[in-house]
Ligand binder design. Sequence first.
Ligand code: NAD
Ligand code: AKB
Length: 315
Amino acid sequence: MKKILITGYAGQIGTELTMFLVNKYGSENIFGTDLKEPDEKLLKICSFKKLDVTNKDEVFAFVDTNKINTIYHMAAILSATGENNPALAWDVNMNGLYNILEVSREYKCSVFIPSSIAAFGPETPRNDTPQDTIQRPTSMYGVTKVAGELLADYYFKRYGVDARGVRYPGIISHETLPGGGTTDYAVEIFYEAIKKKKYTCFLEENTVLDMMYMPDAIKATVDLMEADPKTLEHRNAFNITAIPVSPKGLADAIKKIIPEFTINYDIDPVKQAIANSWPSHMDDTIARKEWGWSPSFDLDTMVKEMLEKLEIKLS
Ligand code: NAD
Ligand code: AKB
């Protein structure tokens, strides 16, 4: 039976991943951990322990005590927070990851290591970004993501650790707010559209970035972890893509449902510079071929469901 540790389980992706895995494997087999206190809803569905991934002794003791054999490593510092505090981003994203890979080696755990569109940089082709291409990111977050991809590959090749991962695009969701990224606007816009019928965006109107709706992100994560290893040539850092969209494109799609919605722009230069260095649309052919990846939501179906779910949540 799987015994699954989720680090950073109270974050944007961790929350919905936990809900999904509890449904699939039963709450007694899911172990949620985070530095911050989760909300009531999460506390009710599985056990929680405060666990700092940078503390190697705590991580090893937790895996040993709970007989963990699978880890979804979601604890991280995201791009905007990482530019405000690069030392923290390095510590959590690198030392935390190192501890998780080490414990996976020692206890023979399968481990999911998330990467991001942030692993690319200004010299990378922005459209149809190939799976294997130039990676020279210019944010500290991006630097840690490339290093994490390489480290995960190293642990597989050197020690046989079953490390797998994807490069998520910006994730759009309604359950838990995003945690300090450059793509956070694509979530905030929905809350403001419902609450105020207007939104001030910190990115320029034509900045196209790769995005994805949360159910597709969860499907990708779990499908990859459960894929037959014989079909995997790449294992780590698979490009996955669903909805390349700009702030204007997203606003236009919202206006189809809320016609009075308006958007204006007040550019944040730091976030804009980061966004300009990221792909607008990755080529995910390799993920489709090696483990059958394919998204279910496009722009309009995602916008419709986001607005419906948030109407209920905010009413
Ligand atoms: P998030 O910021 O919402 O959640 C991260 C969680 O990690 C938070 O709950 C935080 O409290 C926790 N955390 C921070 N430091 C910690 C520490 N030292 N020990 C334990 N927990 C700690 O992030 P997310 O959006 O859920 O992202 C999960 C993973 O997916 C990250 O690796 C992120 O880089 C990656 N990713 C996310 C997106 C996205 O759009 N959400 C896109 C690309 C990649
Ligand atoms: C961020 O904006 O930092 C994240 C990401 C795309 O990695 N959402």
